[in-house]
Design a protein around this ligand. Structure first.
Ligand code: PMP
Length: 423
């Protein structure tokens, strides 16, 4: 089918791992939701640039100027990729977690924040210094909108407010009704930030079309290595906030005062929130990923991924002991992120066996979304380690789950090997 992409070449496709049962097998990376393999195209792009690496914004030499140009043009590439409005700004960060913490540090005084308990901890936790309202897990997209509407209707209508919502769940892969939630937020004078950590790698994100105020995502989940992230959107709150980090690059003018103190004039955004020497390779690799996905035809990648989603869901449905976790039900649109438990199995042991006996890398645990996974498992609150979970005894109900996730570079063989192993 011409409308469907072949898997894109990724780094590590030829890595072999030893099996406990003897012999080697090529590694099947099925944990894209944690970190996706880098696209070969991104790696090549970065390698071509690497000899020209120099300091950004801090040198008069040719290579510094070139690096500065590449860094700044990466902003434009990301802005185009996200369909940013003319007044939007792209701030480079370390990750989605960093982006959302930056926004949390820039909230206006008395801002009320509304967030579903189902969010990843990166979206759930940064707002705890604000007046935050945690919303109960909805069981349908329509219920999500109604729950938000109700909460916003009861808010103090005069102060600023922010809604934070995921685009695609890192546990169920289900898409959230972002447009409807955005309309509800705006109708009540609130702003909205989209956690696109799991949406952006699997689906085009158009900030103007969605009408969200900010988007946050991470390079390492978007097939781009080297540890960068993005916060894109409205400039005003960021412009009026104290710099996220104090230091060089964020400050325009610094002078001693007569009383011995120091006066600082800060830059406007984005430099205001990018103090320190920037991670130019990380930023450049995000821009390279944006180009690679666009050139491959993102819609064709989505079409192929949806075929794999159907294949995995049908395959798992054929194993009676498997229960796939879902908040919104079977018909909900979703990306290539699927979590499940297997009756009679401890999820950690199951994931370890997939690795040791089949060379398959998946994730087990609570996926940094403890309240959501507990709701889905119907288990009592436990005291897990960070992002992990206590182990169930054999035969006990699972206290954690197994997550398989895939995307642009996933070959059919990895999916078939995974389904065969589960069977
Ligand atoms: N939000 C969601 C939905 C995620 O899946 C993740 C990563 N698992 C994050 C935020 C945090 O991303 P990072 O670890 O790159 O900061």
């Amino acid at each position: 089918d011409q409308s469907i992409c072949a898997p894109l070449p990724v780094l590590g496709a030829d890595v072999t791992v030893p099996l406990v049962t003897g012999g080697d097998v090529t590694y099947a990376a099925l944990d894209y939701a944690a970190s996706a393999p880098a696209l070969q195209r991104v790696w090549d792009d970065v390698a071509a640039y690497a000899p020209y690496y120099g300091s950004v914004h801090r040198g008069a030499g040719y290579l510094s100027q070139l690096s500065t140009d590449l860094f700044e043009s990466s902003r434009t590439t990301v802005a185009d990729f996200l369909g940013c409005r003319p007044e939007d700004q792209v701030v480079f960060t370390r990750s989605t977690t960093d982006s959302l913490n930056l926004l949390a540090s820039a909230l206006p005084a008395d801002c009320q924040v509304f967030v579903f308990e189902t969010e990843h901890h990166a979206s759930l936790l940064p707002w705890r210094d604000a007046r935050v309202t945690y919303l109960d897990a909805p069981r349908t997209p329509a219920e999500a909108v109604a729950t938000l509407e109700r909460a916003l209707a009861g808010r103090d209508p005069h102060g600023p407010a922010l809604v934070c919502v995921t685009g695609a769940s890192n546990v169920t892969g289900e898409l959230w009704p972002v447009k409807e939630l955005t309309s509800a937020a705006h109708a009540h004078g609130a702003r909205i930030v989209l956690d696109a950590a799991q949406l952006a790698p699997h689906h085009p994100v158009d900030i103007a079309d969605l009408d969200v105020d900010w988007v946050a995502f991470s390079g390492h989940k978007l097939y781009a290595p080297f540890g960068s992230g993005v916060l894109a959107g409205r400039a005003d709150w960021l412009r009026d906030a104290e710099p996220y980090l104090a230091g060089g690059g964020a400050s325009r003018k610094v002078a001693r005062r007569a009383d011995g103190g120091v006066d600082v004039e800060w830059h406007t955004t984005p430099a205001r929130h990018e103090a320190g020497s920037p991670n130019v390779i990380g930023v450049y690799s995000i821009a390279a990923a944006c180009r690679a996905l666009t050139e491959a035809g993102f819609d064709r990648l989505v079409a192929r991924e949806q075929q794999l989603v159907t294949r995995v869901r049908e395959g798992l449905a054929g194993v009676p002991e498997v229960r796939v976790l879902s908040l919104f039900g079977d018909d909900a649109p979703r990306v290539g992120v699927i979590s499940f438990v297997v009756e009679g199995w401890n999820s950690s042991h199951f994931a370890a066996a997939l690795s040791a006996e089949y060379g398959i890398g998946v994730r087990d645990g609570l996926f940094c979304a403890h309240p959501l996974v507990r709701t889905l498992l119907g288990s009592e609150p436990q005291e897990p380690g960070e992002c992990g979970a206590p182990e169930a005894e054999p035969g006990e109900r699972s206290l954690n789950a197994i997550r398989v996730s895939f995307g642009a570079g996933t070959p059919d063989e990895h999916i078939e090997r995974f389904l065969g192993a589960v069977r």
